[in-house]
Design a binder for this molecule. Structure first.
Ligand code: G4P
Length: 529
């Protein structure tokens, strides 16, 4: 197959949702359609039900054995589909934000009864910032939920999206009869008493035909006709360009658990979802069909198997072909590296692969060369942008609890930070180390992993920080900036990239500082140029 055809047949996307909306179930059904798995239950949920560390450890242990769950790839209708796994738990939101830098589109799953939930809002906001094309799947139609129009309103308002339904439910919950597929113009009936059967699809080009009454009954047929008329009156008709430009979001209804409405979603997805997109680097926009390989690290996964200490760095290929055993430039380190066993991912396994194409994810064994955001090229000095760190929410001093093991401790902290588990700040005044995390759970995870993977012990001490702000001075030599650094020296730290950070202790003190030093900028995100 030609290089351009390989690019054209790839779809790399993420499924995002608030926990429990049905992301894992939908993923599994998509894989079933692709023939990538044989039975339900094969996809391990990465959900942390009670927020307990033990849950997290168990999940990580399972994933360490089957790292493949981070990327699920399968073929459907000649299309190579790569699903990137995103943790739903809010304490791992950073991980999801980073994964969103590697997707070309997303599917958002929403629970019909709960509507738009908190995590959905946050994740969709990140997608909007990056202009990622979105398809919405409203799930659990077999249960009573909100009225379809009410839900579409809520999605438009809370998520600031412009929606266009491509399917529409016929009834709901106990009365759920099926779905009218606006995209393909047919009716899908929910069949069988057990409601577990794969649906029966009945072509229905003409909603006015009397056949509709026979299929769903007079009342339901009338309601459906009215509703579809309303849909056509209210919502813009589907436009592929607008969807691709992230200006219009198609909506599907269904029930993932019952495998209902999933095929419709998948068929539409493969025909409209974007092929690998161009990506901005610090020097230029890089297009996927360029000859030379470029890619970037968006995730690092520790190998939880103690016999194999190495890690796996996940690279998204942006342009060109990635080939085994060819030396590539690690731009940040300025050195060439070759990879003898790059992994490609499938639904339940990973395999060594010779050639990979734009849109694909390869896993590279890493002994500590990579950090999240690193770029690989054939020699060009460019860096991909767009993996910012956000201000953490929780901050604690980290102390060494076993002085005999300080080397192990610092190595461990260093590597965990490279993986993006948390952020490390070193105070300017006394060199003390502060860990910042999105959720409280990470502190336990770090402590556990330091002990089990690095044989080091740490303890924590509370520290009152409201937000970490990355500092930018208009003129670093100005008296104003010098004064700021002197007066606030107690609150200043360096992050891992040696950028200056202001750890403000309250919202009030941050506001006062901003007022006092108008030529110093305070950013809540680490990338700001
Ligand atoms: P998540 O990954 O987004 O967190 O959600 P997940 O797929 O794990 O689904 C959350 C719960 O919702 C699961 O039930 C799942 O079976 C159920 N579910 C998913 N899709 C549908 C649907 O279309 N209809 C109905 N009625 N339920 C659905 P659980 O009881 O939490 O877990 P389990 O014990 O069934 O696995």
């Amino acid at each position: 197959m030609k290089f351009n055809e390989e690019i054209a047949r790839r779809r790399t996307f993420g499924i995002i949702s608030h926990p429990d909306a049905g992301k894992t179930t939908l993923t599994e059904k998509l894989l079933l359609f692709g023939g990538a798995i044989q039975e339900a239950g094969a996809v391990k949920s990465n959900k942390i039900k009670k927020g307990a560390t033990s849950d997290f450890m168990e999940i990580e242990r399972q994933r360490g054995i089957s790292v493949a769950t981070s990327v699920l790839a399968f073929e459907y209708d000649g299309i190579k589909i790569n699903i990137l796994d995103t943790p739903g738990h809010k304490d791992f939101a950073e991980d999801t934000f980073r994964t969103l830098t590697a997707v070309d589109s997303v599917i958002v799953v929403i629970d019909v009864a709960k509507g738009v939930e908190e995590q959905t809002e946050k994740l969709v906001e990140v997608c909007r910032m990056r202009n990622i094309p979105i398809i919405v799947f409203i799930n659990k139609l077999d249960r009573e939920g909100k009225d379809a129009f009410e839900l579409l309103d809520e999605i438009e308002q809370k998520l600031s999206l412009k929606v266009t339904p491509l399917s529409f439910p016929i009834g709901m919950g106990y009365d759920f009869k099926g779905i009218y597929n606006i995209w393909e113009k047919n009716v899908n009936l929910f069949s069988g008493d057990s409601r577990k059967n794969i649906e029966e699809t009945i072509e229905n080009e003409d909603l006015q035909s009397s056949e509709l009454e026979e299929l769903i009954g007079t009342d339901a047929a009338e309601t459906l006709r009215e509703e579809i008329e309303l849909v056509e009156g209210i919502y813009p008709s589907f436009d592929k360009q607008a969807y691709n430009d992230a200006n219009l979001q198609p909506v599907f209804f269904g029930s993932a658990l019952n495998n209902f409405g999933v095929r419709e979603l998948l068929d539409c997805f493969v025909s409209i979802a974007p092929t690998p997109r161009a990506k901005q680097s610090d020097t230029r926009l890089v297009k996927p069909d360029e000859k030379e390989f470029t890619g970037f690290v968006f995730k690092i996964h520790a190998n939880m198997d103690p016999k194999h200490r190495d890690r796996l760095a996940f690279i998204k290929i942006v342009s060109g072909k990635f080939e085994r055993n060819v030396p590539y430039l690690h731009v940040r380190q300025g050195k060439k590296l070759r990879f003898s066993s790059p992994n490609a991912f499938f639904a339940e396994k990973k395999e060594i692969v010779d050639t990979s194409y734009p849109g694909d994810i390869v896993g590279l064994h890493d002994t500590g060369n990579f950090k999240i955001g690193d770029t690989l090229t054939e020699g060009e000095e460019l860096n991909y942008k767009g993996i910012p760190s956000f201000s953490p929410e929780h901050f604690r001093y980290i102390n060494n609890a076993d002085p005999m093991k300080s080397k192990q401790l610092y190595k461990g902290i260093d590597q965990l930070m490279d993986e993006g588990v948390a952020q490390l700040f070193t105070l300017e005044l006394n060199g003390r180390k502060v860990i910042g995390t999105v959720g409280a759970l990470q502190f336990e995870v770090i402590q556990y992993r330091l002990e089990h993977e690095y044989n080091a012990k740490c303890s924590y001490e509370n520290l009152n920080v409201y937000k970490a702000c990355w500092v930018e001075a208009k003129d670093p030599k100005s008296e104003e900036f010098k004064d700021f650094k002197r007066v606030k020296s107690k609150f200043l730290a360096k992050d891992k990239r040696n950028q200056l950070v202001f750890l403000s202790d309250s919202q009030f003190s941050l506001q006062m500082t901003q007022q006092k030093y108008p030529n110093v900028k305070f950013h809540f995100v680490s990338e700001f140029d």
